[in-house]
Every structure is written in structure tokens, then in C-alpha cells.
Design a protein around this ligand. Structure first.
Ligand code: CO8
Length: 260
């Protein structure tokens, strides 16, 4: 599934998607977005993949935003289309059956911060920097940044980041809950793979259901969300994985889940 601007690798049941345009700090142009869309569509249909890691190529950057050179010539219609394309791709990541971890190895700015926030959670290298600098360019985020960031860090903190365009350190990102963990750069992929590996050892249908409950529930009022959770919980009891998981516990052995 390699493409021009992405590296696709697997390690067991874990897929690693690396945005690979290091000369422009992995900026997202139309081509990258289309390749991401195709790659994630393939992962969604691949039952052999239980978790995904997204990262950026090179030492310096995760993704330093949408490609400013490409965007600079846009008119209104092209800008709208580009924004909708990015939103569609990031929605696909959010709606992917498998969990997606952002391993933020450097700059996560603009569209890069939006890519990271569309992932289920983020771990970061110490040198990672986060920000939504669009207002410095005279525009606003167009790939979900005004919507996902406040849902994650709260409206006040999101407002500060969106209005100042300031960059924050990995330590500050940890403090505000934008990332779950900060590790030295050389340990980042190892840490991401270890977490993804633990997810891959759990019941895949259950993990998917937990992801759906988190995602869909956050758009519902509490009572509807609890009813939705109960439906997904009950649905688990129609699966072979539930029988295997509980039998394995009672028999004091490792479960062998089949995603069935
Ligand atoms: N787009 C295109 N090229 C980029 C980008 C980018 N976002 N970021 C870096 N580059 C290029 C630089 O132009 C440079 O190219 P060259 O070597 O040819 O001069 C190369 O990458 C290396 O970058 P720098 O020399 O600038 O590296 P520094 O270490 O000096 O600085 C920074 C690193 C601070 C990350 C700096 O590159 C920077 O500020 N980059 C831009 C960050 C930014 O503003 N990102 C937000 C972009 S807007 C956005 O993402 C909106 C998303 C939604 C849009 C949808 C609506 C249409």
C-alpha cells in the first residue's frame, strides 16, 4: 500500500502510516490527503490490522500543516473543496474501526495538529511542538481544528491557541490533555508500538465498539449515549470473542480472539 508521499508498514497486527515529505516538513497537499484517504480505506477493510500509528518522516516534523505553497493560489471555491477533503479524510480516521495513535515526533502545526487530534490519542516526543498558526496566515483552521481541539482541551484553551497562533511545548500539551504521554524522541515509536501492541491483544470487536461508543456518545446527550453504550455492550454478547474472552479468564489462560 506504499504511495508517493506515505510509507505504509506493518508490525504484526499494527499498521504504521508515515507522512513522507520531509523536505517540506511533511506538509499536507491534495496528493497526500488523497493517499491518506486511500490508505485508511484499505486499513478499515483489513481485519488483520488491529491498531494504527500515524507519524511523520524525518527528525523535525510530524506534519507542519497544510501545504502553504499549494494553498497560496487558492480561490474561495478551491479553499472550500480543500477544507472538505481534509475534513473527509480526518473523519475517516475518526470513524476507522481500529484505534489510531498519533506518534508526534516534531512539529504538529495547523493541519498537522488537526491530524493528531483526529487520532484517538496522542503520544509525543519531548521536542514536539503543537499549534494552530493559521491566523498568522490570515485564515482559520479548515480540517476540523476549531471543532476537535475545544472538545479535547476545553474551549478556553482552544480559543487561546486558535486566536494567538502560539506554539506550545510537549510539556504544555501534556498539561492540557492534548497528549497522553511525552517520551524522548528515540523512544517514541517503541512506546507507540508497545501501546498499539497491547490494544492488538484485546478483543478487536470490543475495542472497535469502545471507539464507537466514545465517538458517537460525545455527540449525544447523556441518556441517549448511555442507551447507545448498553446496545453496544449487549451486542458484545453475540460474539465468539465474548465467549472466548470470558472462558479464557475463567480457565486462567490468554484469550485467542478471532474478531468474530
Ligand atoms: N507548507 C509548505 N511548506 C512548508 C510548510 C507548510 N505548512 N512548513 C514548512 N514548509 C517548508 C518551508 O517552506 C521550507 O522549505 P524550503 O526549504 O524550500 O525553504 C521547509 O519546509 C523547511 O521549513 P523551514 O525552513 O521554515 O524550517 P524552520 O525549522 O525554520 O521552521 C516551522 C519550522 C516553524 C515549522 C516553519 O516551517 C513554519 O512555520 N511552517 C509553517 C507552519 C504553519 O503555518 N502551518 C499551518 C499551515 S495552514 C494549515 O495547516 C491550515 C489547514 C487547513 C486548511 C484548509 C483550508 C483551505
Amino acid at each position: 500500500m506504499d504511495s508517493q508521499n506515505l510509507i505504509y508498514e506493518t508490525a504484526g497486527a499494527v499498521a504504521i502510516v508515515t507522512v513522507n515529505r520531509p523536505k517540506v516538513l511533511n506538509a499536507l497537499n491534495r496528493a497526500v490527503l488523497l493517499e491518506l484517504d486511500q490508505t485508511f480505506a484499505g486499513i478499515a477493510a483489513n481485519r488483520g490490522i488491529a491498531a494504527v500509528i500515524v507519524t511523520g518522516a524525518g527528525e523535525k516534523s510530524f506534519v507542519a500543516g497544510a501545504d502553504i505553497a499549494e494553498m497560496s493560489g487558492f480561490g474561495v471555491a478551491e479553499a472550500r473543496e480543500f477544507s472538505r477533503l481534509g475534513q473527509q479524510v480526518f473523519n475517516r480516521i475518526e470513524e476507522l474501526p481500529q484505534p489510531v495513535i498519533a506518534a508526534v515526533n516534531g512539529f504538529a502545526l495547523g493541519g498537522g495538529c488537526e491530524l493528531a487530534t483526529a487520532c484517538d490519542f496522542r503520544i509525543a516526543a519531548t521536542k514536539a511542538r503543537f499549534g494552530q498558526p493559521e491566523v498568522s496566515l490570515g485564515v482559520i483552521p479548515g480540517f476540523g481544528g476549531t471543532q476537535r481541539l475545544p472538545r479535547l482541551v476545553g474551549r478556553g484553551m482552544a480559543a487561546q491557541l486558535l486566536f494567538t497562533g502560539d506554539m506550545i511545548s510537549s510539556e504544555e500539551a501534556l498539561r492540557i490533555g492534548l497528549v497522553n504521554k511525552v517520551v524522548p524522541a528515540e523512544a517514541l515509536m517503541e512506546e507507540a508500538k508497545a501501546i498499539a501492541g497491547r490494544i492488538a491483544g484485546r478483543g478487536p470487536l470490543a475495542v472497535s465498539a469502545a471507539k464507537a461508543a466514545l465517538r458517537e456518545g460525545s455527540n449525544m446527550d447523556l441518556n441517549r449515549a448511555l442507551a447507545y453504550e448498553a446496545e453496544l455492550f449487549a451486542g458484545g454478547f453475540s460474539t465468539a470473542d465474548q465467549k472466548e474472552g470470558m472462558a479464557a479468564f475463567l480457565q486462567k489462560r490468554q484469550a485467542d480472539f478471532k474478531a468474530e
